[in-house]
Every structure is written in C-alpha cells, then in structure tokens.
Design a protein around this ligand. Structure first.
Ligand code: RIB
Ligand code: CA
Length: 322
C-alpha cells in the first residue's frame, strides 16, 4: 500500500525533484505540497512549487503556502545557491494551478484529521510550518506516522561551519520538532552528499528526450555551477529527494538511532544538530539518523519518476529555439 505523505518544501532546485519523486513513485501517495520561506521568500517558493507542479502535470494535489518567516530570527534566503527566483536556470511555464487559500498548517491539520491512517510528513525546508503545526494543534502528533526530514548533519554544516541551512534558518522550529516525541528521521548532509548529480546522472535526464527531463537536467546544471562556485564541489548533492527515498524504500537509506539535539545558544554553533551516534551523553534516543545511501537505486527511482511524469505531460522536447 502506498504511504500517505505530505511534502513541506521551499523550492529550491532539489525540492523541485523531491516533489516529482513524491508525486510519481508508486510507493507513496502524495496528499499535499506545502511551502515555507527558506531558500527564497514564501511568495517565490510557492510560485516555484506551482511551476513545478504545472510542468510535471501534478494537478491533483493541493498546494498551500505556510509561514513567511522563521519563528524567532529574521529570514535569510539562499539566493546565492538557488538564485533570485529560487529556481534559476531553466525556463518554467507560468502556473496553470493555484495555491489553495488555506494556510499550509491548517491544510496539514485537516488532512491529518480526515485521512483514514496516520500520514508521513516530509519537510525538505526550514521546519517552521511543522513546529507551528505541533504547537497550534497538539493532537496532530498522534496522526503523524513519522517525520522524515532533510536537514542537519552528523558532521559539518553548509551555512555555518556547524549548521546546515534548513536547521540554521529556524533553529527554534527544529528544536520543537526534535523534542516533540513524534518519530523523526533526519536525512542530513552526511547522507545527502552521497547523492551526487554527476555528468552521468545529468545525461540520464537528458536522455529521456522530454521537456521535463531536459528541465531537470537544466536545474541540476545550475545547481552544479553553484556548488562549484561556492564549495568547489565538482558535482552537486541532491539533498531533498533523499528524504523522499527513505519513505519509498527504507533499504535505500540506512539509519542509526541517536539523540539529536539542536544547539540554540552557541555563539558559533547555533543551528547545529548535535548527533550523539556513540552515546557519549546521557540523553534519550529521539531520532533515526540517515547514514548510508544506495546511490544507484536512489537515482534509478529518481529517473523513473521523471520518466513517468514526462511521459504524461507534453511531448518530446522541441528543437532548441534558433
Ligand atoms: O542544506 C540543504 C537544504 O537547504 C535543502 O533542503 C535545500 O533545498 C535547502 O533548502
Ligand atoms: Ca529545500
């Protein structure tokens, strides 16, 4: 039976592919796409989600906008990585679908209440919406099967030496989620950096011969240029779809149980996920922490999803404009 799932995202190049994977893989039933401020402003991440859904033919899933700023600190977007639109690079059509008027948190709560079985939440962005859900609707926790998030790291950060972007953007929200008692799986940089979009991967997308395949290749090419420029990495890690892959097939993403504590007060370490894999501290296990990735099977599922969606939408990519 497909796993009922909601993705909470901030498209975002990697979020875009995570939405496609969640919408197309037969192992999951995507119930909603919700957006939050993070990579870009809420207005831009929401427009980008609508653009991705339009291009990929995902028109039967509600999109709802959520929080436009973190719980405490000001929003600091990642335009250096994702560009001024949040989805720079390939051209996207203007949306033919619109966001529902409901706030993302209210939509998630309504789905949790109405769905016949507990729902998996997959946040691939700052955790502001999820923290607000758990705070505003305490009973929602019982209707959540698990939270499988992209964020944090067992090692170093990518926004500060110690902190990963999603956690660093809203540490208070992350602290609420990790202390909530809801089953949490953390897919951090240590595992997402095993999902490298090499030239061979880009060639697989281009080889699909569809507009969607070409657009994904274009997104990855833009992302690759950002990672070369900012971190000197030859190939970009495709972070967010790893969290979706964990829901699809647990054997693709291996985990270890650990205590994860979000540092809120360190002068140089605020936003760090302190992952106690070796039980140095007497703190209870509160998360599964992803540590391994079967990269071949991950990319096979990612390519299969774009293949399915691309075959449903417009025909083969037309000739390049003169
Ligand atoms: O650190 C990577 C995370 O930050 C990803 O979710 C990416 O989309 C950005 O939001
Ligand atoms: Ca993201």
């Amino acid at each position: 039976m497909p796993v009922p799932m909601i993705i909470d995202c901030d498209p975002g190049h990697d979020d875009a592919l995570a939405i496609m994977l969640a919408a197309a893989d037969p192992a999951v039933d995507l119930l909603a796409v919700t957006t939050v401020a993070g990579n870009q402003t809420l207005e831009k991440t929401t427009l980008n989600a609508l653009r991705v859904c339009t291009l990929a033919g995902i028109t039967d899933v509600p999109v709802a906008a959520g929080c436009d700023r973190p719980l405490v600190q000001p929003l600091a977007v990642a335009d250096d990585v994702h560009g001024v639109t949040g989805l720079d690079g390939p051209r996207f059509p203007e949306p033919t679908v619109d966001a529902v008027p409901e706030h993302a948190v209210d939509l998630i709560q309504r789905i949790l209440q109405d769905h016949p079985e507990p729902v998996t939440l997959v946040p691939t962005a700052p955790l502001t919406n999820i923290a607000l859900l758990l705070t505003r609707y305490p009973g929602s926790a019982a209707r959540i099967r698990e939270i499988v998030l992209m964020g944090g790291s067992t090692g170093r950060g990518n926004r500060t030496p110690a902190a990963e972007f999603n956690i660093y953007t809203d540490p208070e929200a992350a602290d609420i989620v990790f202390r909530s008692g809801v089953p949490v799986t953390m897919c951090g940089l240590n595992v997402t950096h095993q999902a490298l979009a090499t030239p061979e991967v880009l060639a697989r997308f281009e080889g699909l011969g569809t507009e969607l395949g070409d657009t994904c290749a274009g997104l990855l090419a833009y992302f690759a240029a950002a990672y070369r420029r900012l971190w000197g990495m030859p190939h970009p890690p495709l972070h967010d779809p790893v969290a979706v892959a964990r829901v699809i097939d647990r054997s693709i993403v291996g985990c270890a149980d650990a205590n994860v504590t979000v540092e809120l007060h360190g002068r140089y370490t605020r936003g760090a996920t302190v992952v106690d894999l070796h039980r140095y501290l007497d703190r209870p296990v509160n998360a599964r922490v992803a540590v391994t990735l079967d990269a071949d099977r991950f990319w096979d599922r990612m390519i299969a999803a774009v293949t399915v969606l691309g075959s449903r939408t417009a025909g083969p990519a037309g000739p390049e404009p003169a």
